[in-house]
Each structure stands twice: as structure tokens, then as C-alpha cells.
Design a protein around this ligand. Structure first.
Ligand code: ADP
Length: 251
């Protein structure tokens, strides 16, 4: 570790210069630290699916297990999870660096919500979850249709994923106080008050083992928040354990 700090020299111009130099050095140090943390978490996240994949392959090679349709499906799942983590990571790095390109058009948020329901209906039905919309449209907005669809898709996928059969997920779109509001409410497992501040952190999962089994990368909400912010909006969540969660996008 190289100490780049310059000793403070009085209050004059040189003093100001050394202060700002030290601030710069601190900022660089912080960003290097963040980078190291990111690389460490990526390595950690990829290690599990990769170890599983190698384990399966070695068992096959050694003849410990016979090749079967299920085994190949597992191999495929593990490889797919790695690809999703890498795809999401690429999106996130681009977004955080301000390099995600947005193709903004005039669109209707009410329509966007209706089409999100249609897109997720089959998966919801297969999980025994009712998917409804409550939409007060039209809600004109200027934004990137695909990226906003990605945000809604992430929220709806999560809502269905964390809701047991017999529960329901409601998508809302309405206007209030000159703002446009999109909501995804579920009657699922909910998120504890202690966990709530972390849901938008990259790679954060309430229950890593279980949540990984459901196929999430732990990056979905981090990306969603960045996309919403790039649209001048905010995303928030309220939740109660055993009652459900509501994710709200304010644009
Ligand atoms: P993942 O891809 O793992 O779902 P996300 O960033 O989308 O990653 O979500 C992070 C974590 O937040 C999830 O692993 C889960 O623990 C929690 N979470 C997200 N949405 C919900 C929800 N609707 N109900 C309960 N927990 C949720």
C-alpha cells in the first residue's frame, strides 16, 4: 500500500493544493477499494455454480452417475446461472458508469404495465399465483420502453418468485402529485425490517441458498434502481414478513 498523502502546508495556495490533492487520493483509494470488493463478490458468486458444474462433470466422467436427462438439465441450469450473473454484471457496470444507452420514446406506462402482466401470466399461473392489474391510464411518459419493461419484469418476477401458491400479485399504474407511479404488490413472504435497507445492494439476497436455487443473480434490483434513476425517478419498497411486499417506482 502506497501512502500518497501530502503533508499539509499552511493555509495558503499551496495548502489548498495539498488539501485537494489529498481528497483526490482518498477518492481514488475508495474507488479502488470498491473495485476490489466487486471483483471479490463476482468471484464468490461465480464459484458456486462453477463448482456445481465441475462436480457434475467429474461424477459423469468417473462413472459415479449415469448420464441422464435430469443431469444434463442441472448442468444447463448451472451454466445458465453463470451467464445471467455475467450479463447482469455487464448491464450494471455500464449503467453505473453512465454508459447504458437509452432509446427514449413517448410511451404509455399504463400499457407497459398491462403488457408486463401478459408477459408473466404463464409463469404466475404455473406457480399458482394470481396476477392482476389496476391501471388508471393512459399515463404518457418519455422513456426507454425496453429498459422500463426490464424494471417491471424484474419486480414482477421477484413478486411471483417470493409468493406461495394461492397468493396474488397486483400491478398498478396511476398518477399522483404530478408524478407517475408504478407498483408491484405481492402477498408473499415479505422482507424483514432488518433486511429491507439491503435489497437494492448488489448481490444481496435474504436467503442466499434458497434465493440462488430460484435462479436469481442478486443483481436484478440494483440494475432496476439504476435504470429508474437514469429516468429521473426513484424506487422504494415497503414490506412486512408473512404479509407481502410493495415495490414502488415513482417517475
Ligand atoms: P435476485 O435475482 O436474487 O432475485 P434481486 O436483486 O432481484 O436478486 O433481489 C434481491 C433479494 O431481495 C432477493 O434475493 C430476495 O431475497 C429479496 N426480494 C426481492 N424481491 C422480493 C419480494 N417481492 N419478496 C420478498 N423478497 C424479495
Amino acid at each position: 500500500h502506497l501512502d500518497t498523502r501530502v503533508p499539509l502546508v499552511g493555509g495558503g495556495e499551496l495548502g489548498q493544493l495539498s488539501t485537494s490533492f489529498n481528497r483526490m487520493a482518498q477518492a481514488i483509494e475508495a474507488s479502488e477499494q470498491a473495485q476490489r470488493r466487486l471483483v471479490a463478490s463476482v468471484a464468490h458468486e461465480l464459484r458456486t455454480p462453477l463448482s456445481n458444474l465441475l462436480g457434475y462433470l467429474e461424477a459423469l466422467q468417473d462413472g459415479v452417475v449415469p448420464p441422464s436427462r435430469e443431469l444434463f438439465a442441472s448442468l444447463h441450469d448451472e451454466a445458465q446461472l453463470q451467464r445471467r450473473i455475467l450479463d447482469d454484471l455487464q448491464d450494471l457496470t455500464l449503467a453505473e458508469a453512465g454508459h447504458l444507452t437509452y432509446r427514449r420514446v413517448d410511451l404509455d406506462l399504463a400499457e407497459l404495465v398491462e403488457s408486463a402482466r401478459v408477459a408473466h401470466l404463464a409463469v404466475a399461473e404455473a406457480s399458482g399465483v394470481r396476477l392482476r392489474t389496476e391501471v388508471a391510464g393512459p399515463l404518457p411518459f418519455h422513456g426507454d420502453q425496453d429498459r422500463l419493461r426490464q424494471v417491471l419484469g424484474n419486480l414482477v418476477t421477484n413478486a411471483v418468485r417470493y409468493t406461495d401458491a394461492g397468493g396474488s400479485v397486483t400491478l398498478r399504474a396511476y398518477a399522483g402529485n404530478g408524478r407517475r407511479i408504478l407498483e408491484v404488490e405481492d402477498t408473499g413472504c415479505g422482507i424483514s425490517a432488518a433486511d429491507l435497507p439491503f435489497v437494492f445492494h448488489r448481490f444481496w439476497r435474504a436467503d442466499p441458498a434458497r434465493d440462488r436455487a430460484t435462479g436469481g443473480s442478486g443483481l436484478g434490483l440494483t440494475i432496476a434502481r439504476q435504470i429508474v434513476r437514469d429516468h429521473g425517478g426513484e424506487i422504494s419498497v415497503t414490506s412486512a414478513v408473512g404479509v407481502g411486499s410493495t415495490f414502488r417506482v415513482t417517475l
